[in-house]
Structure formats: structure tokens, C-alpha cells
Design a protein around this ligand. Sequence first.
Ligand code: FES
Ligand SMILES: [Fe+2]
Length: 436
Amino acid sequence: MKTQPYSGYLRRAVPAPDAELTSVGPDTPCGEYIRRAWQPVAMLSELGERPLALRILGEDLVLFRDRSGRIGLLHLHCMHRGASLEYGIPMERGISCCYHGWTFDIDGTILSTPAEPPTSRIRETRCQGAYRVHVHDGLVFAYLGPPDTAPAFPVLDTSLDGAEPVPFAIRMPCNWLQVYENTQDPVHVVYLHTRISGAQFGDASGADQAIEYRQTPLGMINVQTRRWSGHLWTRCTETILPNANQTGAIWESADRPKVFQRSALTRWMVPVDDGTTLVIGWRYFSEELDPAGIGDRARVGRQSIDFIGQTEEERSYEERQRQPGDYEVQVSQRRIAVHALETLASSDQGVAMLRRLLRRNIRALAEGTVPSAWQADREGIVPTYVQDTVVAAPEGACDLAATGKRVADLVLASAQQPRAARRAWIAARLAEAAAD
Ligand code: FES
Ligand SMILES: [Fe+2]
């Protein structure tokens, strides 16, 4: 319907959100899809001697470390009569419920039912709900899918790039998808982060960009190419399905040549439930990623990260109104954004493509096709596609879109090279192209 001036009255209805992409609880198609990949559920530093209650994908869980140091993730409510295991007592082996002392191992096996007679067979016939866990670089990951479908834990190549990973975890009061799809909206970097709120991530990111979107074996990248201080800068920002993404240097100055510089931020948008998201991952620190030393490790952790606009707590409401950031735009799209009320335009190509890929995979799984595991190389490491490349370019010498295409082709093709050789391989191909 073509709308008319002063037509608010005619457009009051707020339809339901797009459940296929936004509902994540038990037995929803999207929840089932996200459950098929390992999910970070907590920072290891949050797990002390007491159990930690968690809510992930609409399910109440308890994470604990037993006294021999093993980590378990169990259903929160004790299978006996439902008392919460957040009040449980970690034992040498497993955790003991505080109500009647039933003790569960980290895999959910019942180790003892002290109030029952020795002849009781409950221990042999029943189990507390439990999930597999894996710790990597200070994050606790869990596999919440069907027990016989757990893929090998995927180590991303960016975690072996020599940068220091610093874990963080931020809760956001909105649906996971609106946080996730923001990364495939490179247009907002120019507007929100530079022209509207002032340069939140460096002046270079405000330059006009040529953008294209590419599928990758893991999901998709957007390829942003800008001209800045005598250089052409091509950034690939990566989405790794179902719910991870990777971004390059936070304050890229793009004023000196570089090739295939990797991730400054690898994160998962883990749904707590339909209306809350745990944004959890690693901030990467290195001289290469931040030569000016703007980043601050001390500000990275629980509900905090060292760049602007990611939480409600960091600034006053007035400051957030005057210079809004990612948090303000994502959370204010409503608790769950309503796609039926959007006016998607040509600048939303990345968002539309991401939703298409998600919908395709969600439907395929619902019809019985299990999503393929992230492809690892011969060493068991997953090649990824996030990167920044900056080449010298005299004014008017190069075409932004052609440069972006060339870099993207090389980044994608380089995944066939041994991991340690990718950067040199891309550099050599770019040098050949420059010599032509
Ligand atoms: S409720 Fe947990 S042992 Fe009884
Ligand atoms: Fe942003």
C-alpha cells in the first residue's frame, strides 16, 4: 500500500516477528539449526568454585567445575524433584544436589542417590540432562545438539595468527538476528559510525566504499573497498554460519600497505532466548592490528569491551542519544525486529543475503539435511576469510570495485594454500597484478 502523509493511524498494526529466523527455543527450526554448531556459553574466568546458572537457546543450564577440575554443563533443574543445581555442591567427581544429595557426573550419569536403598536401580536407568563442553582460549564452548551429531571442535585459523585473544561476554536485550545481521550491513559503518556519530572507528571507515557480497564455504563476506590517503583498502568482514562473525582492525588507519591482516574481533551471537542475546568471543590484540595502541585489554571482559557503543552501561542516555552506536541501533529495532514492517532497500543486500542463507539452511535441516561441519584443512584448522589489505594507489589510478574483486578472489582462493603460506601467496599475486 502506498502510504500518504499523516497516515500513522493507518499503519499502527505491529505484525508478529519472522519466527523462522528469530525463534530459538527448544524444537524451533532456528534453535535446532544453531544447536548444530559448537556455541560459546561463558568465559572460563566466570567459572569459579561455585556453579554458574546459564540460559542458552531458551534452556536453563548449570555450568560447574568439579573438584578434580573437570567442567560439566547440566540441565539446571535436578531430575529428582527439580531443585536448581546452581545451589549444588561441586564434588571430587561431579556435582551434588543440595536437596537430597543426588550426585551427577559431568556427563549426567547419576553417581549416587544417598536417600535411596542400595537396591535402587535409578542410577543405572536414568541420567541428568548433560551437554559436551570444550574450552578454547578462555571460552567455554558447548555442543547443544543431538548427542550423536557433535562435530569436531572447530579451531579457526584466526586463533593461530599470533594475536592475543582476550575473551569478552556482553548481554544484549534483543533478538540474536538483529545483532548478527548488523555485520553484513557495511553501509552503517559510513553513516552511524562516522558521519552521524563522529568517527567512532577512525576516519578511514567514513570514506565512500565499493561493496560486494560473496558466499564463502563458511557463510559470506562483504568486501568493502575505500580510497584513503593514497591507498586502496579492501576489508572482508566475515559471517560464519550459523551465528559467528569476524571483523578486522577496529581502528584501521589504512595509510600503509599491508596484506591479509586478520581478525580483531571474533564473536558469536548466542541466543539466550528470543529476546536476549549473549555476544561472546575474543578481542584480538597485536601490534599489527593496533599500531597506535588505542585498544585496552583491561576494558575487555564481562559486559565491557574497549570500543564505543556496545553496551548500555558505558555511557549516559544523553550521550547515547547524541552519539548512538551499535548497541543503540540494534536494541532499538524492538525486542525482536519485525521484518514485515521494514523497507528493505538496495543498501540492504547483505542483510537480505544473510537471511536467505540462514533460511535455506534452517529449512534444509528441518527436512533432514544436517548442515555440513566447518571444513578444516589437513591440520584440522578451519580457514576463514576475514582480512584487511591495503595497497598504494596514486590518485585516480585504480578502480575501487575492481580492486575489491581482485582481493576477494585471492582471499577465497588462498584457502587452498597451506595456512602459513596464505598471506605470502596473496601478496605475490597482488604484486604480479600490479606489475601487469
Ligand atoms: S531435588 Fe535434587 S536431590 Fe532431590
Ligand atoms: Fe557497527
